[in-house]
Design a protein around this ligand. Structure first.
Ligand code: SF4
Ligand code: SF4
Length: 214
């Protein structure tokens, strides 16, 4: 999920396959990890929590701001820090073999895109083209020893609408950065995501209400 914690990190072609099978150990949901959320992820989290607007996710300390170099921020999950550092949506358990396991309470319906597709992920290059990458979720992830064959084209197909919507979300962030919008405008955009409006409709509506360059 977070390249800075990873060993294996390599580019995939559309016709490639890779071997991976998650063992649900939960190790990539613990520790110093950033799980960034796109607009659709935030909307889905509303569905899970029962909140009606994204402001409530921030108020409940489930989501926090991660400052970006060029200004503004990305929302990310706010990890718990006691008794250890772990995602608030992780359900820890001990297996019959006495191993620590971890199940995601958001799985599968409400799970953030980055968690849903890991170790597979998308990077948009400077020309706006999609690049597909394998990124070991965390150093030593036991899933990397798994033999299950995963097809890149299947994964792209399965998540294509989420990737497209995420790209539209990134365009909103790019615009906010390009006009040096104050944090209050970044908040206005994110807090305005509501459970009773489809994210694609909201992003379309935002275009007419978004701030202009001063
Ligand atoms: S560390 Fe690897 S095997 Fe463990 S939960 Fe994460 S992806 Fe699955
Ligand atoms: S949202 Fe789920 S999969 Fe993602 S870090 Fe949290 S517990 Fe793990």
């Amino acid at each position: 999920v977070n390249p800075s914690h990873s060993e294996a990190h390599y580019r995939l072609g559309k016709s490639d396959v890779f071997h991976f099978e998650c063992t649900a150990c939960g190790d990539c949901c613990r520790g110093d990890i950033d799980i960034f959320l796109n607009a659709q992820d935030l909307w889905r989290m509303l569905g899970f929590t029962g909140f009606s607007a994204v402001r409530e996710l921030f108020d409940a300390s489930l989501v926090t701001r991660h400052s970006l170099k060029g200004g503004g921020y990305r929302p990310k999950i706010k990890f718990k820090t006691r008794p250890a550092v772990f995602c608030p949506f992780l359900e820890n358990s001990i297996s019959e073999e006495n191993e620590l396991k971890g199940n995601c309470k958001l799985h599968p319906t409400y799970k953030p895109l980055v968690c849903k597709t890991a170790p597979f992920g998308r990077v948009i290059d400077d020309t706006g083209e999609n690049q597909w990458w394998f990124t070991e979720p965390i150093s030593g992830c036991p899933g990397c020893a798994g033999l299950k064959t995963n097809s890149v084209s299947d994964l792209i197909g399965e998540h294509s609408s989420d990737f497209v919507l995420e790209q539209r979300y990134f365009e909103v962030l790019d615009h906010l950065q390009s006009i040096y919008a104050p944090i209050s405008e970044w908040d206005r955009f994110h807090f305005g995501i509501r459970i009773d409006e489809r994210v694609e409709d909201y992003i379309e509506r935002w275009k007419t209400e978004r701030p202009k360059a001063s």
